[in-house]
Design a protein around this ligand. Structure first.
Ligand SMILES: [Zn+2]
Length: 386
């Protein structure tokens, strides 16, 4: 067989199929056609030499904002996701029932990145930075959200609600209840954004179902998952044990090294690692998903674990096809070729100005989406280098 492209001599790591080692990958018509110890150059129209590079499944970022031009915080998906290793990006609530049709037509269908969406329970999505989308609870209309979720079921993977006081005022419980009602009706997961809620989580966490998602799990803002002694609160531990997914959602104000460290000491490990990449963190402290994963390498997770939590595990969390987030024959050639630097000095900032000095950094080299190549405009941001 002749391949359009062969990736040669890379170290392939695919956590889902437990594939790890030096392999060549043959690609034709945008699909992975073979995974061999060696593929002859004679069978390749084009070659990527990946010696000393990691060849990973195209990453799945469970929390991004890419409704550029409409949601105040959004970035464009292709430069900030696809060129940086993320082939599947899940927009977390930038759009609501009033705006999802435009998001689908002008962004989802145009971008090279595969984009899916959590629909915001607020019809406006996240339009404005100063006026919270649920300060007026009338924006949370159950029937409209169900209707939009049904009409746009190809794009919508779940429901999102943000519960911070500056976004919903005192409406946190009611907003949560309405979002949960929609998620139950459409039988898809609910993603809640915690941190700085008006009320405690007492009336929220016990109602979350297995497979629902808490994003910003490791926030330092009030009413997080730890008590004043840094011990996980009972209702959060109960949720964790019944497989509510604790997602990272780093963001500009929502990831704290001390909280993440205290959680790991208590064996509370994130279920998924997402970036919450948006306009206010793309030049730090987030930069990209690979940097967020590098922070968890610093915190002691294995390479296999961090890649799992940003590939097939988030894909399964939103019930995607079983061939997304994995390197398998027959699946789309969505592949992240990444350099794994191991003895540098990298300044990792959380969202609270805590700094950790890391030695390892995952750096995007080339990303393939359906076999098409994308290169990052820059590789390492200068602020990361100590
Ligand atoms: Zn977000």
């Amino acid at each position: 067989m002749t391949y359009d492209l062969v990736i040669k001599n890379g170290t392939v790591l695919d956590p889902k199929t437990k594939l790890y080692g030096k392999k060549d990958i043959g690609i034709a018509s945008g699909k992975i056609r073979s995974i061999e110890n060696s593929i002859s150059d004679n069978h390749a129209i084009d070659i990527i030499e990946a010696k000393d590079k990691l060849v990973l499944p195209g990453l799945v970022d469970l929390h991004v904002h890419v409704w550029w031009g409409v949601a105040h915080l959004a970035v464009e998906a292709d430069p900030f996701c696809l060129e940086r290793g993320v082939t599947t990006a899940i927009d977390a609530g930038s759009s609501g029932a009033n705006t999802i049709a435009g998001f689908e037509r002008y962004v989802i269908s145009k971008a090279k990145t595969r984009i899916l969406a959590f629909l915001h329970i607020s019809g406006m999505g996240q339009l404005d930075n100063d006026i919270g989308e649920l300060e007026d609870i009338r924006w949370a209309r159950i029937e409209k959200a169900i209707e939009a979720s049904t009409l746009h079921s190809d794009s919508i993977v779940g429901i999102k609600v943000r519960l911070s006081h500056d976004i919903v005022g005192k409406n946190d419980i009611e907003a949560f209840e309405r979002a949960l009602a929609v998620a139950k009706e459409i039988n898809k997961p609910l993603m809640i954004h915690i941190g700085g809620t008006y009320n405690t989580l007492e009336q929220i966490l016990p109602k979350m179902r297995s497979g629902d998602i808490i994003t910003h799990s490791f926030t330092q803002r009030p009413h997080g998952i730890l008590d004043n002694n840094n011990k996980i609160i009972d209702i959060a531990l109960d949720a964790y044990k019944r497989n509510v997914i604790f997602d990272v959602g780093h963001g500009a104000g929502s990831f704290s090294f001390p909280v993440a460290e205290a959680c790991l000491e208590q064996n509370i490990v994130p279920g998924t690692i997402s970036s919450d990449i948006h306009k206010y963190n793309a030049r730090g402290p987030v930069f990209d998903l690979l940097t967020t994963l590098s922070k968890y390498l610093y915190l002691g997770l294995s390479l296999n674990d961090v890649i799992s939590k940003a590939s097939y595990i988030p894909a399964e969390a939103i019930n995607m096809d079983s061939n997304i987030g994995t390197i398998q024959i027959g699946s789309d050639a969505d592949i992240a070729i990444v350099e794994h630097l191991k003895d540098g000095k990298f300044n990792f900032h959380d969202a609270e100005d805590n700094v950790r000095l890391g030695e390892e950094l995952l750096v995007p080299e080339i990303t393939l989406r359906k076999g098409e190549r994308f290169n990052p405009k820059h590789k390492i941001h200068e602020k990361l280098i100590s």
